[in-house]
Design a protein around this ligand. Structure first.
Ligand SMILES: Cc1ncc(COP(=O)(O)O)c(C=O)c1O
Length: 387
């Protein structure tokens, strides 16, 4: 009997993400321009680092409250109340160690093996794999591309969710930038209220939008005891991917249940990390505005350069920082992404990582320096011409 024979079968059956698998083979190659991961290329700003550093020096290095420091939970509640012009109270907020942890907690709280989950594809891999680990029966509704952006058949989504335990929405969406309107959210919430379906809403890209200050949120519509759980993160808005800090907004009655799960998984988010998060919320609006100006340039450059390449079709994203594009005639996206990494030295993510039925889609993250993006597109264009 080997060690692996004793592993839980659901663990063995989940694949490593195709992005990670590809990137792992090219780690350490400094000549390669990596556009495959979804993160800004700037370090966390000093106004966030400094209070975290100070908190460490002040001995804030011990265990603390499982649900997060009350001052951070209160700041998150104020931030959401201000952003969405609706009253969000501290008794709905749990501080998590990342958006990924928040997604896991949401499924651990709500899902029993065999429960039906409805979600959309293409999807950020975690949002398919985490429910798979909870042994969900997953039903997917495909988003549809057009020259205007991506959309969903809201009626089909509502219909599919009518007998589901959970409907998962990721708006703004990774990898497509698809964003649900408030009107469609209202229709979905009303239908879920009738059927008793839970909504897990991943809103980690809520501030990365090209029109307005924030994307529509279920927080604007849900009553405290509605069956709605919202996932959020400090990673994307404030360039804090390595800090591992996020939060859940959930019905007050679920908070004690969530606290138990948190105690027995991560215990608590580090206090010094939370000290950084506090300043991000309090003083981070100028930083978000500066980053959005860069992302807007990154988006414009990406759309212009990709659409000028022969055989390439790119769908404009309304939010998030990804260009999701199609290359004509490709039958094996993973093999082509591997060849592009090897020959053109550009790291791009294969579309099948987000939906195994896709064979000729690719994603790049354009939250990067404009000159670097142009260099990557020069290499990609030369590669595609030489094929
Ligand atoms: C849609 C979505 N949800 C959640 C996450 C996880 O973010 P983090 O764990 O860094 O907070 C990501 C990261 O790429 C994402 O794209």
């Amino acid at each position: 009997m080997t060690a692996i024979d004793g592993l839980r079968s659901t663990g063995l059956s989940i694949p490593i993400s195709r992005i990670r698998e590809l990137a792992n083979r090219h780690m350490g190659n400094n000549a390669l321009i990596p556009l495959w991961f979804g993160e800004p290329d700037v370090p966390t700003p000093e106004f966030i680092i400094e209070p975290a550093h100070r908190a460490m020096l002040d001995g804030k290095t011990t265990y603390n409250e499982g649900l997060g420091k009350p001052w951070l939970r209160s700041a998150i509640a104020n931030y959401m109340t201000g952003l969405y012009a609706t009253d969000i109270s501290i008794n709905r907020i749990a501080v998590t160690v990342s958006g990924t942890n928040a997604v896991n907690l949401a499924f651990q709280l709500l899902m029993t093996p065999g429960d039906k989950l409805v979600t959309t594809t293409p999807s950020f891999p975690t949002l398919l794999t985490v429910p798979q680990l909870q042994q969900a029966e997953i039903d997917t509704i495909a988003l549809k591309p057009s020259s205007n952006g991506w959309s969903v058949d809201v009626n089909a989504l509502i219909e599919a969710a009518s007998n589901a335990k959970i409907l998962q929405i990721n708006s703004p969406n990774n990898p497509t930038g698809w964003t649900l309107s408030l009107e469609d959210m209202r229709a979905i919430l009303n239908a879920a209220r009738k059927s008793g379906c839970w909504i897990i809403s991943d809103e980690v890209y809520s501030r990365i939008v090209y029109d307005g200050k924030a994307a529509p949120s279920f927080a604007e519509l849900a009553e405290p005891e509605d069956r709605v759980v919202i996932v959020n993160s400090f990673s994307k808005s404030w360039a804090m991917t390595g800090w591992r800090l996020g939060w859940l907004t959930l019905p007050p009655s679920l908070l004690p249940e969530c606290e138990k799960l948190m105690e027995f998984s991560m215990s608590c988010a580090p206090e010094f990390v939370q000290a950084g998060g506090l300043k991000a919320l309090e003083n981070g609006e100028d930083f978000i505005a500066e980053q959005m100006a860069r992302y807007r340039r990154g988006r414009d450059v990406s759309l212009e350069r990709l659409s000028a390449m022969s055989g390439v079709t790119v769908v404009p994203p309304h939010a998030a920082f990804y260009a999701f594009f199609q290359i004509e005639g490709v039958r094996d996206d993973v093999a082509l992404a591997e060849q592009i990494a090897k020959d053109a030295q550009v790291g791009i993510a294969p579309g099948s990582a987000f939906d195994p039925t896709l064979e000729n889609w690719f994603r790049i993250c354009f939250a990067k320096d404009e000159a670097l993006l142009n260099e990557a597109f020069d290499r990609l264009e030369a590669f595609l011409k030489s094929r």
